[in-house]
Design a protein around this ligand. Structure first.
Ligand code: PBE
Length: 270
């Protein structure tokens, strides 16, 4: 019942994801910025799949829940969700996802560099791939289908670029739904260009380290300016930022829209 205080109903718990994610660090900041930790609020780490399954159960029963949320993600397509207002700006405003490549890639693999540099798509295009994967389709297959259906978009990335033979490219990524989609799409595009592409998923810190140490060639999973800010500054000068591959991303705390009285992070206190 909406007249009851929210905190006790959900044990003052925000349902989070993997501890290494940027949204978890930002949520910890929010707990202190809004003085929520003082009133017993805590962030429960889990995994994206555990978080979304907890959300699914709460949603089906119209029970209150507060989760770490971000967009693009299918949770906003599958459920009616809203971000809580963040007047203290703990989560930053708009985020973009950047393509980060190793130093020297331009010289060693100019064709891949050009395609990675041009790679840019929209949240709704990314969501098309994400939804298919969420419905159970193999990510590689979903990527291939998307490429086949969007030849005009893809040709903007590959136009005039020479085919290659026998060259290899290694991409690293974090296995978040958004990055599973983008990494598989760009990997398939590079394969069609003739590259032998390997993709490897790991935690966020090793992703950045792999590009900085040149163990990997690139990643398309850098949420900025806030979510991966720590790694961006830790490895500054040891990678090249090719700019946004997607604009209009967002990170914050999210709740189902049936929680009518909770609209701002401030409201968690009341
Ligand atoms: N995310 C999705 C990541 C970036 C992509 C918001 C869960 C993070 O929090 O680091």
């Amino acid at each position: 019942n909406s007249k009851e205080k929210l905190g006790p109903q959900i044990n003052y718990t925000i349902t989070g994801i993997d501890a290494g994610a940027g949204v978890m660090a930002s949520t910890q900041n929010a707990l202190s910025d809004y003085k929520l930790a003082d009133s017993n609020w805590q962030l429960q780490p889990s995994s994206t799949s555990a978080m979304t399954s907890t959300l699914d159960k709460a949603y089906k029963n119209k029970q209150p829940i507060v989760v770490t949320g971000w967009q693009p993600h299918w949770m906003f397509t599958k459920y009616n969700m809203k971000f809580l207002k963040d007047p203290k700006n703990s989560f930053g405003k708009a985020e973009h996802i950047s393509t980060i490549v190793r130093k020297g890639l331009k010289k060693d693999s100019p064709e891949a560099y050009t395609i990675l540099d041009r790679f840019h798509w929209t949240p709704s295009q990314m969501s098309d791939v994400m939804l298919k994967v969420n419905d159970g389709m193999d990510p590689k297959k979903a990527a291939k289908q998307w490429i086949k259906k969007n030849p005009k978009v893809v040709s903007k990335w590959t136009k005039g670029v020479k085919k290659v033979h026998g060259k290899s490219i290694k991409l690293t990524y974090v296995a978040w739904d958004s990055e599973i989609a983008s990494t598989n799409v760009i990997a398939e595009v590079l394969r069609e260009q003739g590259y032998k592409v390997t993709i490897q998923s790991m935690e966020m810190q090793p992703v950045w380290a792999s590009v900085a140490t040149k163990a990997a060639d690139a990643t398309v999973s850098a949420w900025l300016p806030k979510t991966s800010a720590k790694f961006y500054s830790d490895y500054k000068g040891r990678f090249e930022d090719l700019g946004a591959n997607l604009n209009g991303a967002k990170v914050g705390l999210a709740v189902p829209t049936y929680m009518k009285n909770i609209n701002s992070i401030e409201d968690l206190k009341t």
